[in-house]
Write a protein that binds this ligand. Structure first.
Ligand code: ADP
Ligand code: MG
Length: 334
């Protein structure tokens, strides 16, 4: 069973197969947190360190989850002023900066809309126009504010860190592993991958980009050193109503799932929190606007539509398309 789980993760949670068979045996840790599968591939780590990583993750989840009663986010969303100087404080700051950086395409105060669509409760349906209009106004007019008394939400809205928390948590795990002497590792939280160093033999990691068509197939692999590779897509966390697909990345301006021809966006950056927030925002704003922000921040991207894969210049030598994409996708380097 453990072997089967390992195999599935290697295929679907993005090319952790690169962790296998490179001389020194890696140690794997598996778990489930932040509504996704977690896998950690450690070279030079052991069970104790692996379990400490999971504990760290569960601790962050209990602070940052929008649904866990008693989380700091839950208190914030209940109208309380929250005193904090730890992860919650840092994440609130990062989320607010990302909102400004992306012109509001990433908006942490999106929770009234996310709730309406039912994604956090797994009870999805298309909301009515009036409720959507109210949700849009709440998201637009609310903000996280930092006062001497603590952090609070102004404007009556509610926050949701689903678009950034997994990336942030991956960064925290990477720092923790490095401070414990680990020089080579891959942390995977669903579509959020961060690497530590290079493979022990000095070669790059091979990180797969999942095919939106599913079935565990890949669009291709990226050869990278230490970095974060984060993907947002419409092909998971979605539902179909009256023959139309609705997914979980919401355009704050329309209150509807973003609909601009993209099926997935991958961002490669130094930090996973940034890559995570940007992948969500880029999915909302569409490729043209996204590319100008990506270039100004010097982050690399892969945009995928129904039949095209756009790979940014900095990844040209690093992206290897999977054999199966030929004929199905046109690959464009931009
Ligand atoms: P995933 O969480 O599946 O990895 P993303 O990182 O793209 O995917 O984040 C999508 C999640 O972020 C949604 O499930 C929702 O909780 C939240 N979200 C949706 N739209 C936005 C948005 N425009 N800005 C900020 N957060 C969003
Ligand atoms: Mg994201």
């Amino acid at each position: 069973m453990k072997r089967l789980f390992a195999l599935i993760l290697c295929i679907s949670a993005i090319a952790l197969s690169s962790c296998v068979g490179d001389g020194a045996e890696p140690y794997y840790v598996y778990g489930s947190a932040m509504d996704t599968n977690v896998s950690i591939c450690l070279y030079g780590g052991d069970k104790e360190l692996g379990n400490a990583c999971l504990e760290l993750l569960y601790g962050m989840e209990s602070e940052l989850s929008v649904t866990v009663t008693g989380s700091k986010l839950y208190a914030l969303n209940s109208g309380q002023t929250v005193k904090d100087t730890g992860h919650f404080f840092t994440l609130c700051g990062l989320a607010s900066e990302l909102r400004t950086l992306t012109g509001g395409a990433y908006n942490p105060c999106i929770y009234p809309l996310v709730k309406l669509w039912g994604f956090t409760a797994d009870k999805c349906s298309v909301p009515n126009d009036e409720d959507i209009a109210t949700g849009i106004e709440l998201a637009k007019n609310s903000q996280i504010s930092f006062t001497d008394e603590g952090i609070k939400i102004e404007g009556g809205g509610q926050a949701d860190f689903g678009g950034i928390a997994k990336g942030y948590a991956s960064d925290v795990l990477r720092d923790y592993l490095k401070s414990n002497g680990v020089e080579a590792a891959v942390v995977s939280l669903g579509g959020n991958i961060v690497t530590v160093g290079k493979k022990p033999d000095g070669s790059d990691w091979k990180i797969g980009i999942n095919s939106p068509k599913g079935g565990g197939s890949l669009l291709g692999t990226l050869s990278v050193g230490e970095c974060a590779v984060v993907t947002s897509g419409s092909y998971f966390r979605n539902f179909t109503e009256d023959g139309k697909l609705y997914h979980h990345i919401i355009d704050p301006e329309t209150g509807m799932p973003a609909d601009n021809g993209l099926v997935s966006v991958t961002v490669v950056a130094d930090d996973a929190a940034l890559a995570d927030g940007l992948s969500t925002a880029f999915f909302v704003m569409g490729m043209e606007k996204a590319l100008s922000i990506a270039q100004s921040l010097d982050v690399q991207t892969v945009f995928v539509t129904e039949n095209q894969i756009f790979v940014s210049g900095g990844l040209k030598e690093k992206f290897t398309p999977d054999g199966t994409v030929e004929g199905e996708y046109e690959i464009i380097y931009n």
